[in-house]
Design a protein around this ligand. Structure first.
Ligand code: ZN
Length: 374
């Protein structure tokens, strides 16, 4: 019995060794035969677990569930929502900008926005002129009547710059360096000033034309040669007109322009006006002599250029009552002094102020004087 059992066991072992029941014999790299477990055989088999994992690689069980699903779902969804919100906002804003009616339609139900546009619109158009007492009674009552009348009564004031010679002499304030003049011209251009011709200046002062933005008038006294050689090219470059007051008795003498040069200035847009025949101290002269200085200078300029020269400039800024009488009798319309300040329609037409431009002052000082309100 025991023998039989032993023999049967040997046969069974032999059978198992031969057919590999319950195990698999493999040969490793070194040629040694190894018996692997049945669990390892399942792992090697391609079919065993089609249900559990969708992916073929079944290494980690937890990663495929957590990692792949949430990443693609969580990221794109909020991004899409944000983009949609942005697009909606853009569409709404552009619609409001393009179609004014949509602004009113949307905020209508809300009280705040509907009240704001009404309040904002009413003051701008015509609170002064419209006699509607509905919105604001005190404003129309106070504004409409005085403002138009006051505007017409308000004096017009314009800065009139008073230059002399353009050149280099740091000890003489009458000489302004050409570089400084160009900086000033650049400033006028960059800051939106409107340089005027003399006729434009007069029309504005007489309120026959509205004042342009930041009007300014440039004047040069005495008729120095450098007005032709230095100032004219710069003013032409910046398209700025100017007035030059010349003394015909000095024309063509050393340091002063010739008639030919003056005519070129005239043709390039400058106004040529009288400054006395010999640049005299008028108050020291007799009435007859004053009249001769004033009348003859005008006559000669008009004769040479063929233009009216009825705006005077006092040599040294000096005048007396006799001077004023002579100007009036001889049909002068205006006269410039060297009193400092803006020219104003409130001033006597024969006592217009100017702003002296010193060659020694800085550009910032010049700007301050130019932009001063009085
Ligand atoms: Zn002078």
């Amino acid at each position: 019995m025991r023998r039989t059992f032993w023999v049967a066991g040997c046969i069974a072992i032999l059978w198992m060794v031969t057919f590999g029941i319950g195990g698999v014999m493999t040969r490793n790299d070194s040629g040694i035969v190894q018996l692997t477990s049945p669990h390892a055989a399942e792992a090697l088999a391609p079919q065993p677990a089609p249900e559990s994992a969708p992916a073929p690689a079944a290494e980690p069980l937890q990663q495929p569930q957590i990692a792949p699903e949430p990443v693609p779902k969580l990221v794109p969804e909020p991004v899409q929502e944000i983009i949609q919100e942005q697009v909606q906002e853009q569409v709404q804003t552009t619609m409001q900008e393009l179609v004014p009616g949509t602004v009113q339609s949307s905020p209508e139900p809300q009280p705040a926005p509907s009240a704001q546009p009404q309040a904002a619109a009413s003051p701008q158009p015509a609170p002064a002129e419209s006699p509607n007492p509905a919105a604001a009674e005190p404003k129309p009552a106070s504004n409409p009547a005085p403002s138009p009348e006051k505007r017409s009564e308000e004096p017009v004031s314009i800065p009139v710059l008073n230059y002399h010679s353009i050149g280099h002499d740091p000890d003489n304030s009458l000489l302004l360096a050409p570089e400084k003049l160009e900086k000033q011209l650049q400033h006028l251009k960059e800051e939106g000033y409107t340089p005027l011709t003399l006729e434009q200046f007069i029309l504005i002062m007489e309120k026959r034309e509205p004042a342009p933005p930041k009007p300014v008038l440039l004047t040069f006294d005495d008729g120095y040669t450098d007005n032709y050689t230095e100032a004219m090219p710069l003013l032409r470059k910046y398209e700025v007109p100017a007035v030059v007051f010349v003394s015909p008795g000095m024309v063509g003498t050393p340091g002063y322009m010739t008639w030919e040069q003056i005519k070129e200035l005239d043709q390039s847009g400058w106004d040529i006006m009288p400054h006395g025949m010999t640049h005299p101290h008028l108050p020291k002269l007799s009435a007859a002599k004053q009249k001769e200085e004033i009348a003859e200078s005008r006559r000669l300029i008009e004769q040479e250029l063929g233009n009216k020269a009825d705006v005077y400039c006092y040599p040294y800024g000096e005048f007396n009552q006799t001077t004023l009488d002579i100007l009036k009798e001889n049909g002068y319309r205006y006269a410039f002094t060297i009193e400092q300040g803006r020219a104003s329609s409130a001033q006597s037409p024969y006592k217009l102020k100017r702003i002296y431009v010193s060659g020694k002052e800085s550009i910032s000082t010049w700007i301050r004087k130019l932009s001063a309100s009085s």
